[in-house]
Design a protein around this ligand. Structure first.
Ligand code: WQD
Length: 334
């Protein structure tokens, strides 16, 4: 299938492109490099030995998107392009609504005018906010606590409204938990521009002496060791989940799926595992809680397992090993 991949040069996009190419799909990456690197596209070609079609551009440019869909004879779209830092979204909400909501609207309008109606959308477990029950199932009440999460929920609602108005759409909404790790080759990985927000990249930078120490945002949560618990999922498992979601779009639908492992690990457990695989001491200090953080968040992955015939296979050790391999091979990223 000819697949248009927006944001395909990013962390999740590149890993998904590798899996698409391995499954003999043809891909066209569109990226504006706001939060990614051109080198990443070359690395995808190096891993797969296949040519990657690529156009630099912005999903908010409807004419540009229409031209790419037409020229590439696109049959489906995987939409990763967007911004994802919770803290930044609180400081600059308009930027997040412009990129994440207006960008998706432009993409959908271009797809509709070209009669291309197969879409895999990159959503987030952030749409669940502070879950009242764990593990989280897909029909859990949706509520968000920050502009980033709200931008994802607004797009989900747009997609559900679109499908209600025109049930010829084939839509899979994928709610990511905490994607971490890297491709086994160490050629592609997470390379946040600027100061990373997420735990794993920070731990990797401390282990490689790029950062002095980690601040643990709170150790007084009602959890097994007081630190926050999250459902970390290996990026390759996540990428394979996208492939399975695409393959499920052979019938008209609009479904949301949790892409998580169903296992929760605490900050201290992640630190301990990372120290084990890297043989490096991770220096840390205990700091006060971060605004907006929840104590625990992990998925019930059963629905995705049943509907997509998909299950995360890789555990925390492999996530840390592959993250460390990426870090030491690319100490300053791409
Ligand atoms: C994980 C745990 C922190 C950094 C965010 C987004 C979510 C998704 C994934 C996009 C928490 C603790 C972290 C640090 C720490 N992104 N931590 N010190 O907050 O679960 O989710 O990223 O879809 O939408 O909200 O991930 O990696 O930031 O935090 O103690 O320097 O690590 O408190 O318990 P989070 P995270």
């Amino acid at each position: 299938m000819n697949v248009l991949v927006t944001g395909g040069a990013g962390f999740i996009g590149t890993h998904t492109c590798v899996e698409l190419l391995k499954s003999n799909h043809s891909i066209l990456i569109i990226d504006n490099f706001e939060n990614s690197h051109p080198e990443a596209v070359k690395r995808v070609e190096a891993i797969t030995g296949k040519k990657v079609n690529f156009r630099q551009g912005d999903v908010r440019d409807i004419a540009f998107i229409k031209k790419q869909i037409t020229d590439f004879k696109c049959e489906a779209v995987m939409h990763f392009a967007g911004l994802k830092a919770v803290g930044e979204s609180c400081q600059n909400p308009l930027k997040y609504y412009d990129y994440n909501v207006a960008g998706t609207l432009s993409l959908l309008q271009a797809m509709q005018s070209c009669n291309v109606k197969k879409l895999v959308f990159s959503s987030s477990a952030t749409v669940y906010g502070a879950p009242k029950r764990l593990p989280i199932v897909e029909d859990t009440e949706l509520h968000t606590t920050n502009p980033y999460g709200r931008s994802k929920l607004i797009v989900e609602d747009i997609l559900r409204d679109l499908y209600t108005s025109d049930p010829s759409w084939h839509i899979a909404i994928l709610r990511y938990f905490n994607p971490v790790g890297a491709h086994k080759s160490g050629l592609i990985g997470e390379d946040p521009i600027g100061i990373p927000n997420n735990l794993m990249p920070i731990v990797a930078q401390v282990a490689s002496n790029r950062r002095e120490k980690l601040s643990i945002w709170g150790n007084d949560y009602p959890t097994k060791d007081g630190t926050g618990i999250r459902d970390y999922i290996h990026i390759v498992d996540l990428a394979i989940g996208h492939l399975k979601a695409l393959e499920s779009l052979n019938v008209a639908q609009c479904n949301a799926y949790n892409l998580g492992t169903g296992n929760g690990y605490s900050v201290l457990e992640v630190i301990k595992m990372f120290e084990h695989v890297s043989n490096q001491k991770i220096e840390y200090e205990i700091a006060s809680r971060r605004d907006g953080d929840v104590a625990e968040c992990y998925a019930d992955p059963l629905y995705a397992m049943q509907q997509l015939d998909w299950k995360a296979e890789r555990g925390l050790r492999e996530m840390c090993e592959d993250m460390w391999n990426w870090q030491i091979k690319n100490p300053t990223g791409y």
